[in-house]
Design a binder for this molecule. Structure first.
Ligand SMILES: Nc1ncnc2c1ncn2[C@@H]1O[C@H](COP(=O)(O)OP(=O)(O)O)[C@@H](O)[C@H]1O
Ligand SMILES: [Mg+2]
Length: 251
């Protein structure tokens, strides 16, 4: 039996000022897996994730979530679809509103979608804080009062608030110290294993991707040049570009 594809990217092309940034991208995500997307800065990783989360819609080709196209015309449908696919950004310092408390920030996704009463939302915030291992008292704190690792936990918490089926973590550990990176990676593993959330993990660091992911897609110049199970990519790369990525790690 074929494994269930929760997400499928089919022949996606995207231009910026007539310059191709994504070139015939074909990719799928199996329900429950962690897929790594690796490649140098500027190769199109963030652009692809913005297409998948519905933030970019002017691409050609198709992206389906559970078999249905995610590209929709009206805002309500876009919000419904995108609630299932949440993004965690690289730099939580710039993605968290500095003027709002962590409690307010965590509630926001539910508030804009008018989900639950104020009490329901507060209960959910407390559940999520427990899940991402943050103390309850961060509710009344501001982003600048937290450490980098704690802010990344808040970002992951924001993504989890809406009960997503897919999380896209875009360079989510790249700006953190190695020991904090490991904690955040373990949190992503816990979310994957305990909640069954499928994850696309984006990084320029093939070592981190290998540690975390079931399969790895290698991107270069807007193309997916190789995609396979993590062990094969790491130990038996087929493409010279993947080999050069590996060589640069070993040095
Ligand atoms: N808003 C934008 N307008 C014009 N060009 C962009 C924009 N965003 C990204 N690009 C270009 O698209 C290419 C891919 O960028 P990006 O998806 O951010 O790569 P990555 O995330 O892999 O570093 C780069 O050449 C970048 O300069
Ligand atoms: Mg990027």
């Amino acid at each position: 039996m074929e494994k269930e594809k929760i997400l499928e990217v089919i022949n996606v092309n995207k231009l910026y000022r007539n310059k191709p940034v994504l070139h015939d991208i074909n990719l799928f995500l199996v329900k429950g897996e962690i897929l790594g997307l690796v490649g140098e800065s500027g190769c199109g990783k963030t652009t692809l994730s913005r297409c998948i989360t519905g933030l970019i819609t002017d691409y050609t080709g198709e992206i389906t979530f559970n078999g249905h196209p995610i590209k929709q015309k009206n805002l309500k449908q876009i919000r419904q679809n995108t609630a299932h696919i949440q993004m965690v950004f690289q730099d939580p310092y710039s993605s968290l509103n500095p003027k709002k408390t962590i409690g307010w920030i965590l509630e926001e996704g539910l508030r804009v979608r008018k989900q639950g009463t104020s009490d329901d939302r507060k209960k959910r915030v407390i559940e999520i804080l427990e899940l991402v291992a943050l103390p309850i008292d961060v509710i009344s704190r501001y982003p600048h009062e937290l450490s980098g690792g704690q802010r990344q936990r808040v970002s992951i918490g924001c993504a989890l608030m809406l009960n997503p089926e897919i999380i896209i973590a875009d360079e989510s550990v790249s700006s953190l110290d190695v020991s904090i990176q490991a904690q955040i990676l373990n949190l992503l593993i816990k979310i994957n294993k305990e909640l069954g959330i499928s994850i696309i993990f984006i990084s320029h660091d093939l070592n981190v991707v290998y540690y975390l992911c079931d399969r790895i897609a290698v991107m270069n110049g807007g193309k997916i040049i190789e995609c396979n199970i993590a062990d094969k990519i790491y130990n038996n790369p087929q493409h010279h570009y993947t080999k050069s990525l590996l060589d640069s790690i070993l040095i």
